[in-house]
Design a protein. Structure first.
Length: 228
């Protein structure tokens, strides 16, 4: 892997996990030293983040991690709903039923009665589901658009990570989607996806609203209005 790719992957992961909060300065020299690369790979990595909307320039010399607010979450979910509902509908018509039957069984196994859902295992299973959905749809325009949406929404994922009730509900919702796709029922698959995304958005917005006074779990003001 090229040095710029390694730097990009590391910075992306840290932005998505909230290690690099909105408003954090992404200086070439500082990030190059921290990541153990030269300035050129660091510059390229920061440029990719800017192109993706995860960072923006306050001035020619100052680039910061972009803000990510409740309004951003709502806007992303508007696009996600359109893409994922149609993806589920298309997958029901085009997929190998055995693939989604297996995924439905995996979701069932991940949701023991009155048991806990392990977050890392859950997100690995979601990644498998997303990959299977993309492969079934076989439309690069859908895939590329969804990749962008998923990249940004990973920043909100940490808000639900410790919400065990929401994780359990999400596992059950994904099981229904997978079962509907396996059965070739496109309308049920799309409707189940709609319900899942409605509940996911509500959970994220509830987490934001419940944040302690003065706490901004997703966004901070950039440099000119207070450093992070």
């Amino acid at each position: 892997m090229r040095a710029s790719d390694r730097a990009y992957a590391r910075l992306l992961d840290e932005i998505q996990r909230g290690v690099l909060a909105p408003g954090t300065v992404l200086g070439e020299v500082e990030q190059a030293a921290r990541l153990g690369v030269s300035r050129t790979p660091a510059r390229e990595a920061i440029g990719r983040l800017t192109a993706a909307g995860l960072a923006h320039q306050l001035s020619p010399r100052v680039t910061v991690v972009s803000a990510f607010s409740a309004d951003d979450v709502r806007s992303l979910f508007e696009v996600r709903r359109a893409l994922e509902e149609n993806s589920a509908r298309l997958a029901a018509a085009k997929s190998n039923p055995a693939v989604f039957s297996e995924l439905a069984a995996a979701f069932a196994a991940a949701h023991p009665e009155n048991g806990e859902v392990e977050a890392d295992a859950y997100y690995e299973l979601i990644a498998r589901f997303d990959a299977a959905l993309d492969e079934a749809v076989a439309n690069p325009y859908f895939t590329n658009a969804l990749r962008t949406i998923r990249t940004h929404l990973a920043r909100a994922r940490r808000l639900a990570r410790d919400n065990r009730a929401r994780l359990r509900a999400s596992v059950a919702e994904h099981r229904l989607i997978a079962e509907a796709i396996a059965a070739g029922d496109g309308e049920l698959a799309a409707h189940a996806t709609h319900v899942h995304l409605h509940n996911a958005l509500a959970a994220i917005l509830t987490s934001l609203a419940a944040a302690p006074a003065g706490s901004e779990p997703l966004t901070q003001d950039p440099l000119s209005e207070g450093t992070p």
